[in-house]
Design a protein around this ligand. Structure first.
Ligand code: SAJ
Length: 448
């Protein structure tokens, strides 16, 4: 089969797609292609996950995902398998979406990707299009992926391969997959043409063709940019605490300048991407690690925020003559950002474990996830508030924005509110007698 016939198959939605790895990226990707009209087979080694998916249940919260899963399964446009050989042999296009986490030492762990490529290289890949979507350190495509295929492939280099990093934001994956422009690193022009024609079937915005190394690096730089930007906001927040000024007011004023756009400080940075991608960026495959004080220090600043929040809680309690070791604190939100169920790397984890170490009785309320990181999960937020000494908002879920400050001040005495995401109106809270604390606002405690 030539490039032209695969192009034709893509154009007619006749190409069969196999997506390897049915996690937060793979499943939405597989279902989006399936919805567009392709026959998709999803592969995963986790039988339990396949069971959940086949029972038409979404394994994680993602807007619209469960509905889409049901439709695709019922239309027989999406099936699953744990047999890699069967999946590869029946597919014309293989999209790899396996996890590329970091080790405890913050080094890239590419074992899943390596294993999949090794296994694939023992099958015939002739005339297939292979696309890697996982985030990978610079030069991984060339020095790890291609070298495995070159070394072991029995039939030789007779397929097309490209690197197209995913750009999905958890919680908005199904809409952003269609609207966010896509970057494709092409091994050769034919691979780029084929990959571009495939993504054109689901993406309404621009598709940029470039080299694999630019595509690899761009993905990591995007998330590092965001991590460094958040670290800058957090550093300014810490400075505001020393100066006794409100960071919210300050940022609003700075952002009135046409070329300044400071984002939001908070309790730290979590999620599956931002806490690890800067480390992938600094650890290129097959080369010595890169030193970057700015990037490393930004990671340190963001990683230090949860303990800073615990310090604020301690000061807030002390200010009200309460001992931290004898206090009850209600945590609002354990997921890493608003309105998602994802809790990986969530700042809440460190905050809760440190509070527990300090002897605090920790209650936890989160309508989006069952994760409580060792705290006591409660189901009625108002009962939780009435039996707590302090209320600590960690995640800015929409539900929390509706909590009535007057009611809080009536049932919690004294009312201590640590609003790390600035979702409440500080001035209103203070007017009704709430002791209001936040990251970047130190008016209510002694600066040390
Ligand atoms: N955060 C702040 N202050 C802010 C914005 C975010 O403290 O002003 C915190 C969030 O609460 C959260 C963390 O940062 O804990 C990360 O949240 P996020 O919304 O910045 O990013 P993710 O991890 O949900 O998704 C990112 C996105 N990347 C960029 O915006 C550059 C998304 O587009 C990527 O597709 C995704 O990483 C990914 O999978 O790589």
């Amino acid at each position: 089969m030539s490039k032209e016939s695969l192009l034709k198959q893509i154009d007619n939605y006749d190409a069969k797609i196999c997506v390897i790895g049915l996690g937060h990226v793979g499943l939405p990707t597989a279902l989006t292609f399936s919805k567009a009209g392709f026959n998709v087979i999803g592969h995963d080694i986790n039988n339990n996950l396949l069971k959940i998916i086949n029972s038409k249940k979404s394994p994680f919260k993602e807007v619209g995902l469960e509905e889409l899963l049901r439709t695709c399964l019922e239309n027989n446009k999406f099936t699953t398998s744990n047999n890699l050989q069967d999946c590869i042999s029946s597919a014309d296009i293989v999209i790899i979406c396996v996890a590329t986490p970091i080790t405890k030492e913050s080094k890239p762990n590419l074992s899943e990707l390596q294993e999949v490529c090794k296994q694939m290289s023992t099958f015939s890949l002739e005339n297939k299009l292979i696309i890697i979507e996982s985030s990978i350190p610079p030069f991984t495509f060339e020095k790890l992926v291609l070298s495995i295929f070159h070394k072991d492939l029995k039939t030789g280099f007779d397929f097309w391969i490209a690197y197209a990093p995913e750009r999905l934001s958890p919680g908005n994956a199904l809409s952003e997959i269609k609207t966010t422009s896509r970057v494709i690193g092409q091994q050769d022009q034919n691979a780029g043409t084929l990959a571009k024609s495939l993504y054109k079937k689901i993406i309404s915005s621009e598709i940029v063709l470039t080299s694999p190394i630019i595509a690899e690096t761009s993905k990591l730089v995007e998330n590092t940019f965001r991590d460094v930007s958040i670290a800058f906001a957090n550093e300014i927040a810490l400075l505001c605490e020393k100066y006794g000024i409100d960071v919210s007011e300050l940022i609003k004023i700075c952002n009135s300048h046409p070329r300044v756009n400071i984002i939001k400080p908070g309790p730290g940075v979590g999620g599956p991407c931002l806490p690890k991608d800067p480390y992938l960026l600094l650890n290129p495959q097959g080369l010595a690690p890169i030193t970057s004080a700015l990037i490393s220090n930004s990671r340190k600043t963001n990683d230090g925020m949860p303990l800073h929040v615990v310090n604020i809680v301690e000061k807030a309690l002390k200010n009200n003559k309460l001992k931290i070791s004898k206090s009850t604190v209600l945590i609002l939100g354990t997921s890493y950002k608003a309105n998602v169920s994802e809790t990986r790397f969530s700042p809440a984890k460190k905050i809760i474990s440190e509070l527990i170490t300090k002897g605090v009785k920790v209650l936890v309320f989160d309508p989006h996830t069952d994760e409580s990181f060792g705290g006591e999960k409660i189901s009625n937020v108002w009962e939780g508030i009435s039996s707590s000494d302090a209320l600590l908002l960690v995640t800015d879920h929409t539900e929390f924005k509706k909590l009535d400050l007057v009611k809080i001040s009536n049932i919690m005495k004294p009312s201590i509110l640590i609003d790390t995401r600035r979702i409440f109106d500080r001035k209103q809270a203070e007017q009704i007698g709430i002791h209001y604390f936040s990251v970047g606002y130190s008016k209510n405690y002694e600066i040390t």
